[in-house]
Design a protein around this ligand. Structure first.
Ligand SMILES: O=C(O)CCC(=O)C(=O)O
Ligand SMILES: [Fe+2]
Length: 295
């Protein structure tokens, strides 16, 4: 699938674009299976350690993690993309359905940015201590450039947010401020999670960024957005990835970017999972010499 000119114009003028039905289930399912296997492995381990009593083996992907987390929060440890470093996830970072859209916005020399996450957003659940006043699952208002280093100011780094279950106002979709990216970087603070300082937060009616599984929310790095409360009884799983033009500063030079597509030099495309894994393992072994956030 390619973006239409109207979609490109919408992205360029509003700083965001939601495209439905981009990624088919046969591309998403291996990632879900891999995450499920990771969770199962972790659950077994915690069970052996006596930290979990019920493995909830027959529960589906959208529920099992929550039932395990209620017994032991450690289930979430090591589950991020650059922590567990799975093959299905690596293949997902470079799948053609996604890259065809990335190419419409950034051209044919593309690198995958190291700022990438898989998120398991737990539901509001008073019984588990997550009440209206005690709910810390939401990512507050921010611009993604706040988690990049300043040497990437001139780089176009685009966020692609992909839900693994339908993201709605109930399950906890993105809220997005349209057009505000034109104001550029706003000061952020660390207090309350990396967030725009309250005095600088614009008074703009946000868009409710509902997006079904298989769709993508695309955002400019200066577009303010936040995640809203998950009021369902399921986990709002999502993956957020970023891409930039090869050669541009990634905003995380001490972490590995890698070429996912290139017309000019196809031999530079990284296709080997082991190589990608090693890049991360090497980078993790080095001391962090740089501040990775702006706050
Ligand atoms: O998934 C969320 O709730 C927040 C994600 C986000 O801020 C991002 O992907 O940049
Ligand atoms: Fe973000």
């Amino acid at each position: 699938m390619r973006l239409t000119i109207d979609q490109v114009i919408q992205y360029q003028t509003e700083g965001y674009l939601i495209v439905e039905d981009v990624i088919s289930d046969d591309i998403l399912q291996p990632v879900i299976d891999e995450l499920s296997a990771e969770i199962a492995r972790k659950a077994e381990q915690l069970h052996t350690e006596g930290k979990i009593t019920n493995l909830h083996e027959s529960e589906p992907f959208e529920r099992r993690y929550g039932l395990l987390h209620a017994q032991c929060a450690e289930i979430g440890r090591g589950l991020d993309i650059n922590e567990y470093l799975g093959k299905a996830m690596f293949d997902f970072l470079r799948n053609d359905s996604l890259l065809d859209l990335v190419e419409c916005l950034l051209g044919s020399e593309l690198s995958c940015n190291p700022i990438q996450h898989v998120r398991a957003k737990l539901p509001l659940n008073p019984a588990a201590g997550r009440t209206e006043t005690n709910y810390y699952e939401n990512v507050p208002w921010h611009q993604d450039c706040a988690v990049t280093t300043e040497d990437s100011d001139a780089s176009e780094i685009i966020t692609f947010w992909l839900p693994l279950i339908d993201a709605t106002a109930v399950t906890g979709c993105m809220e997005i401020m349209p057009e505000v990216f034109k104001l550029g970087y706003m000061k952020h603070q660390a207090q309350g999670g990396t967030t725009i300082v309250p005095e600088q937060l614009p008074h703009v009616e946000p868009v409710c960024g509902e997006c079904r599984k298989g769709g993508i929310v695309i955002m400019n790095k200066y577009t303010p957005h936040r995640g809203i409360t998950n009021r369902s009884d399921r986990i709002r799983w999502s993956i957020d990835l970023r891409y930039h033009k090869s050669g541009a500063n990634s905003g995380r030079s001490i972490q590995p970017s890698f070429v996912v597509r290139s017309k000019a030099a196809p031999e530079n495309v990284l296709t080997d999972h082991e190589e990608w894994k090693n890049l991360w393992l090497e980078s993790r072994a080095k001391p962090v010499t740089q501040k990775l956030h702006r706050v």
